[in-house]
Structures are given as structure tokens and as C-alpha cells.
Design a protein around this ligand. Sequence first.
Ligand code: SAM
Ligand code: SF4
Ligand code: SF4
Length: 373
Amino acid sequence: MGDYIRIIPIATEQSSSELDYLALKADRGPVDTLLDHLHRPLHDLRISVTDRCNLRCIYCMPREVFDKDHAYLPRTELLTFEEIERLARIFIRWGVKKIRLTGGEPLLRHGVEQLIEKLARLQTPTGKPVEVALTTNGALLARKAQSLKDAGLSRVTVSLDGLSDATFQRMSGSQLAVATILKGIAAAQAAGLGPIKVNMVIKRGVNEHEIVPMAEHFRHSGVVLRFIEFMDVGTSNGWRMDDVVSAREILERISGQYPIEPLDPNYSGEVAQRWRYADGAGEMGVIAAVTQAFCHECSRARLSTDGKLYTCLFAGAGMDLRTPLRQQDSGLVLSHLIAHAWSHRTDQYSQQRHMVTSAAIHSKKIEMSYIGG
Ligand code: SAM
Ligand code: SF4
Ligand code: SF4
């Protein structure tokens, strides 16, 4: 990237973000669509705001690996809220319409509401508000739902992998009660953070017996339950194909109990396949990330806790944006770096998984808790 001019802003009353905005506006005029090598646009940005978590889900941060000696990122390595906002503005100039805060557990990031306030004020170049959503394990949601809403959050997705305490505790590697998460979901509904989605990862032999009870629980509730195939993200979770319960099997189990009908996607590139209960009890979905990969429509970029840009959940390395941010590079430099990363993107890991050797599946990949789900 040495061919880009480094512009050092002169002392001014204007913030870096404002200077970036003016420079980008002058540089690009109306925004063109940024496409990658496979003609996929950049629409979504996931931002991991912490690599820490208060749970130890067996498929994400298994306790054997993420034990008390695990070294988390020191505070100075985390992007500040101002740095995140600055990058978000540039991503939005390149087409991002939705931002999702994730982690680790995003509600553990001190003052996350202040970040939400900053992001919720941002607009697309055509003047539309950017949607700011958040994915949480729900443990702290009951006490935070209202302040999140007040800060401008649009929606939450809550992860919950079982309805019985025994199953939930086994999946989450914790002693937490399911009732705590359900209270969080109820508080989010009451605060107007809906339509709420609940993510349930299914791992063979651990929680597939709770597929139908979970469906039953969330029917008629307005909550959209989504079943997720267990993915080979990271290297800690000991993933094996045998542990995956396919979306097809999940749908068979549900339709054996409640007739369901397919729904059209809400938008192109939606990762969940939508279904509705034929008796009018509401909507549910499946995310078949392993057995029916959707790379051809993948429009997501991910920003790690320490400011690296990843263009795939399964990437081995990301582009460092924190260094240029901290050495006061201009918005144009950052903008060109982002455009370079996206336009050179060829990622389609899930679609090629069947061609990937077992050694590659188990090779060093970035952990979900660092890059954000
Ligand atoms: N801590 C928050 C939570 O659990 O919702 C946000 C971060 S978590 C990494 C985001 C999502 O990724 C969760 O819904 C989680 O269930 C999902 N996830 C994590 N590891 C996964 C895996 N190996 N396969 C499928 N989904 C996974
Ligand atoms: Fe934590 Fe979420 Fe990973 Fe579970 S899935 S360990 S709650 S980051
Ligand atoms: Fe997108 Fe990579 Fe997942 Fe494919 S494997 S859908 S490219 S994140």
C-alpha cells in the first residue's frame, strides 16, 4: 500500500472523523459500489468490542483452552470508541448499511452504550440511518436492555442453546440458569429491541434433543428462533463433521411436530433460511453454514477487537487498521486500505470446505471470540 499518499492533518478544530468525511466526500463524490473479486458488495460490518466473555461455550471458548491463564488483549490494544467510530464512517462510505456489535461478550465492554450512541448517529451517503444491532449471550441483558435502547440500538440477537438448565450449562460451560437469559430476552422485548432473534447452535449428542422444546417455547412469542449448524471456526473447539446436525435434519425434526412453510428472504444475502409455522405461530430459521454454504452472497466484513479487518470468518490473517489509525494517517489512506482489502477478496471457505483437507480445517484460524460471530 506504499503507493498511497500519507496526509498528516494540520492542527484544527475539526475531529479526525469530520476531516475524514470531508476528504472522502471530495475524493469520491457519490458512493460507488465496492465489489470484491466475486462481485459481492460490502453491506455489513461486524465489530468485536471485546475478546472477553462471561461464558465458556464448548463450541467457541472451551474452558480447557480459555482457562484462567488465558491471555486476553491488554486494554491499550483494543480500539477505542473514537477509533471504531472513525473506521465505521469510512466503511459506511464504502456501502455498509448495518453494523453489529459482537465479541466475546459485547455487554462486558465498559460503556458500550456510548459507542452505540456514536454509531447510531451515523448515516449512509443517501441520508438513511445505519442500523446498529448487537449479539449477546443475554447474561447481562435484563439490566442493560433499556440503556441499550436509549443509546439507539435497533435490535438484539440473543444466543441460547437449550431450555433445560442441564443442557444450557453444558453448552455454555457455565452455572448460569436459563431463567436469567429468558429474563434478558423479555427485558429486550419490553424495551423495544425487537424483532428479537435467538440463536441456537446445535451440537450432535449435546443439545439436539432440545430442538423441538426450543421451537415450542418460542412459538407465539414474536421471537424468531434460528438454529445454527456447528461450524469449524477457530482451532479450539475440536470440530468434527460428525458433530454437525444438518439444517435438513433440524427442519425434519421441527416439521415432524409442527408443519412449516418456507418464506422468501428479507433481503439478498440473508444468511438464515426463513420458515413460518403453518398454523400462524410465527417465524423460525436455519443457518446452514456448513451443509449449504452461502459464500456467494457473503457481504460481511469483520473488525477484530484490536482493529484488524477480516473478510472471512475463516481467515488466517487480517489487515491491520489500528497502526494507520494511531499514526494519524488520513481518512483517505484508511479508505484505500479498506477498499483494497475488499476488492481483492476471494473468500469462499464454506463453499470450498469439501475440497479442503483435514489438515487445513484444523490449521490455525482466528477464534470466533476475537473476530466476532
Ligand atoms: N457472546 C455473544 C453471543 O454468544 O451471542 C456474541 C459473540 S458469539 C461469538 C456470536 C455468535 O456466534 C453466537 O450466536 C454463537 O452461538 C455463535 N457461534 C460461536 N461459535 C460458533 C460455532 N463454532 N459454530 C456456530 N456458531 C457459533
Ligand atoms: Fe462467549 Fe458468545 Fe463465545 Fe459463548 S458464543 S463463549 S457467549 S463469545
Ligand atoms: Fe462469508 Fe467466509 Fe462464511 Fe463464506 S465462509 S459465508 S466467505 S465468512
